[in-house]
Write a protein that binds this ligand. Structure first.
Ligand SMILES: Cc1cc2nc3c(=O)[nH]c(=O)nc-3n(C[C@H](O)[C@H](O)[C@H](O)COP(=O)(O)O)c2cc1C
Length: 193
């Protein structure tokens, strides 16, 4: 009789421990799933005078993603007028200026948020250089820009042309955008919950 009682107690203790470990396991799964999701977001930006960089940093903070700055190999002239000329002739010739840095493992990212200033109505050509460097098929690309007033739409069309195998979202003109609006936009695009 004592033995049977002992066995019953051992059984219940084991059952309790086992169910505890199951709960613990599922809890861990949820945590790591959230963490893994964080790792899948890449926040890429190109910025000449720092405006887009500030927005990219805020997006990185909200999403917890990895940040990558597109650095041009050949610096633009420091003289403003000369810089405008170089940028304009790049746009006109649809140049693909060389980029000096690379994303380590693009494969692990599902969502690529890409920010840039509007140059002559479009994205700077270095952004296209970036997009054409990698195999982005199946990835979601979410553009955002800053500008003196021009909207993002023309550049999104351009991005869609070079990223035919990606899902390119309509993007955000992020001039004077509040954190609340950024969050709403990121939620709408299923980057955050
Ligand atoms: C070469 C060049 C071309 C630009 N073209 C436009 C334009 O077509 N429309 C516009 O609204 N702003 C234009 N701008 C202004 C920038 O888009 C704006 O200042 C942007 O916020 C700068 O971002 P950044 O500081 O990240 O470089 C231009 C700026 C430069 C330098």
């Amino acid at each position: 009789m004592k033995n049977i009682l002992k066995r019953i107690i051992v059984f219940f203790v084991c059952a309790l421990l086992f169910s505890g470990s199951i709960v613990g396991y599922s809890d861990n799964t949820v945590k790591s799933a959230t963490y893994a999701n964080k790792n899948k977001v890449l926040v890429v930006y190109f910025s000449h005078t720092g405006t887009t960089k500030k927005v990219a940093k805020r997006i990185r903070k909200i999403t917890g993603g990895t940040m990558f700055r597109i650095k041009e190999k050949n610096k633009y002239p420091s003289d403003y007028d000369q810089m405008l000329n170089v940028a304009q002739s790049e746009q006109e010739s649809k140049a693909r200026p060389a980029i000096k840095n690379k994303v380590k493992s693009i494969k692990k990212y599902d969502i690529i948020l890409i920010g840039y200033p509007i140059w002559w109505g479009d994205a700077p050509m270095a952004v296209y250089s970036f997009l054409e460097t990698y195999n982005l098929s199946g990835k979601t690309i979410i553009p955002f820009c800053t500008s003196g007033g021009t909207e993002i739409s023309k550049s999104v069309k351009g991005i869609r042309k070079v990223c035919k195998k990606s899902k390119v979202k309509s993007g955000l003109t992020a001039n004077d955008v509040s954190n609340k609006k950024l969050r709403k936009w990121l939620k709408k695009n299923k980057v955050i919950k």
